[in-house]
Design a protein around this ligand. Structure first.
Ligand code: FES
Length: 103
């Protein structure tokens, strides 16, 4: 059983940027890449970095702590020193809101 979790308004996240959102038990990063929204856990899998504070280049975010890189579409690691993928959440836009569905 999944339930919708409304994260933010689409206008809250400018293109090419990310927003930290706390939702329930989750700390998330909401990214806007050319009007397409991607959602990941905000905590870097390598250490204390927050991906919402990283540098976004297309669909790759570079953690500003040690420079590890993730593809925000899949969560895959694309640059060291990270080795563990970051969790992603399929995002839908509903009534101008960014929404994910969680268990
Ligand atoms: S904490 Fe993110 S790369 Fe180390």
């Amino acid at each position: 059983m999944t339930s919708p979790l409304v994260l933010c308004d689409v206008r809250d996240v400018a293109e090419g940027t990310a927003l930290e959102v706390e939702a329930g038990d989750l700390l998330l990063a909401v990214f806007n890449v050319d009007g397409t929204f991607h959602v990941t856990d905000n905590n870097c899998t390598h250490g204390p970095g927050l991906l919402s504070e990283g540098n976004l280049d297309g669909t790759v975010v570079e953690c500003d702590f040690h420079g590890g890189q993730f593809d925000i579409r899949t969560g895959a690691v694309v640059g060291p020193p990270c080795v563990v993928p970051v969790k992603t959440y399929p995002a839908v836009i509903d009534g101008g809101k960014v929404v994910i569905y969680t268990e």
